[in-house]
Unconditional design. Structure first.
Length: 153
C-alpha cells in the first residue's frame, strides 16, 4: 500500500471520520457564533481555547457516538464514554477555574505594571461554561451520527 492509500484508509474509517466531522462542526460552530457576536468574521477563534460549542467535548462525544454506532455497547464504547465525561468535567472544572484565577492575576499584574515588574498577561480563556460543554455534547452526537449514517450507512 502506498502512503496515500494508507492516509485515505485512516480517514475513511467508521470511527475516525464521524469523530472528525463532529470536531469540524464544532470549530465551524465557534467561528459562526463568535462572528455573529462580534459582527465580523472571527476565524482566529478556531485555534483558541474556550468558546461555544466546546470542541473538546464535541470530539470526545463524537468518538463515543461513532464507537457506539459501529460496535454497540462494547467495552471500548464504555471506556470512550468515561473518557468523554472526564474531559467534560475537566473543561468545566479545573480548566475553567484556572481561567478565572488568571483573570485575577492579570488584574494584579496590571497594577504592578506601573512599576514595570511584568509585561506578560496570563491566558484567561482556558475552560468552558456548562452551556458550552452541553453545546459541544449536542454537536458531537448529532454530527457524528449524521457523518456515520451518511458515509457508512
Amino acid at each position: 500500500m502506498t502512503l496515500i492509500t494508507n492516509i485515505i484508509n485512516f480517514f475513511y474509517n467508521p470511527i475516525i471520520t464521524p469523530t472528525l466531522i463532529a470536531y469540524l462542526a464544532s470549530v465551524f460552530g465557534k467561528i459562526i457564533n463568535e462572528s455573529l457576536k462580534n459582527k465580523s468574521l472571527s476565524i482566529q477563534v478556531a485555534i483558541k481555547d474556550g468558546g461555544m460549542p466546546s470542541s473538546h467535548t464535541a470530539t470526545v462525544i463524537g468518538l463515543a457516538t461513532a464507537i457506539f454506532l459501529h460496535e454497540g455497547m462494547s467495552t471500548v464504547f464504555w471506556v470512550s464514554l468515561v473518557f468523554a465525561f472526564v474531559v467534560m468535567k475537566d473543561a468545566t472544572g479545573i480548566r475553567w477555574e484556572t481561567g478565572q484565577q488568571a483573570k485575577v492575576i492579570n488584574q494584579i499584574l496590571k497594577k504592578l505594571r506601573m512599576g514595570k515588574v511584568v509585561d506578560e498577561e496570563l491566558k484567561e480563556l482556558l475552560g468552558h461554561t456548562e452551556a458550552q460543554v452541553v453545546g459541544g455534547f449536542i454537536v458531537g452526537v448529532i454530527f457524528s451520527y449524521l457523518g456515520y449514517k451518511i458515509i457508512f450507512g
